[in-house]
Design a protein around this ligand. Sequence first.
Ligand SMILES: [Zn+2]
Length: 368
Amino acid sequence: MADVMTDFSKQEFSRYTRHIQLSDFGVNGQRKLKAARVLIVGCGGLGAPVSLYLAGAGVGHITLVDGDNVELSNLQRQVIFSEADIGQSKSFCAQARLQQLNSHITIEAINKSLGTDNAAELIAAADLVIDCTDNFAVRYLINDLCKAHNKAWLYASVYRFSGQCSLFTPHQSCFRCVFPQPPTHAPDCNSNGVLGVLPGILGTIQATEAIKYLTDLPSGISNTLLLVEADDMQLQKVQLRKEKNCPVCHDGFVFNPTSPDYQILCDTTKVIDVSTTLPAKDFNDWQKRNDVVVVDVRDYDEHLAFNLGGLHIPLNELKERIKELPTDKLILLYCQSGVRSAAAALQLQSAELSALSVSGGIAQIISL
Ligand SMILES: [Zn+2]
């Protein structure tokens, strides 16, 4: 038989059989994955499942960026590493592991954090950027550069039992439409606990959405914030919209690498459960205080169905209605399970307001 040029070798064709057999995906989808370039920022709890599944799926070019070394405490969730990797570069260890998984793809490792010195070039070269960091400065850097370069990026973050993720595409809302400025006190996984499997859940959602984005399949989280609450296994979607006052969602936006937003570091001395949440058992006492204003951040239907009093400002209206809130009082936010109110508390704190989220929300308060 004469040699013929094909898109896939015999081994590749065999390896990707289950994709090729999949209707709506097929050989065309596999071809798109092979041609794709993905930038994975961070090789930690999120980066592990994201990179393993994308390598397994046959994404043709994966760039890993991470300047940290593997530590023993990482192994609880960063399942790409083994005990033998402790003390070694995360990006190089991950590269070796992925190359063992799939020798048909190219994996590039950069043993350095993403910063203003290297981000523009790396983002410009990628078809999709995946944020797998736990660092707010890097997240704002990714958001703003993706806007400037018309690139899509997948956001995810995890905290304790909660996670959230979204796909931000060039012409829809961006991360700053939801969180205009970085918070002054940023929690990260190093100073706060996280359930080890949680970045696995969020990371596999990111990997799923990445594969769909790269193969032109519809997204489930574009222009939408998906909130994942692992303690009671609740999933919620919050519709996002492009904000008129967003600092980057306008034609004249010019990326400024000297912005202080890209310089902040995770403040490991201040943790979210002290600075932004109130235990549900304290709600009844606190809501009676004269220096406290209670705000329900759920949707209209939910508020009408049942509420615990106070003002009602749905999370997606919070930014434009922020002037309705007093600057001299503590704003006590609640929602159904504490996820949306936690996002609201961060948003208000970044606007220099004093705000706390009731941990566990209405579900917790009424169960006491
Ligand atoms: Zn925006």
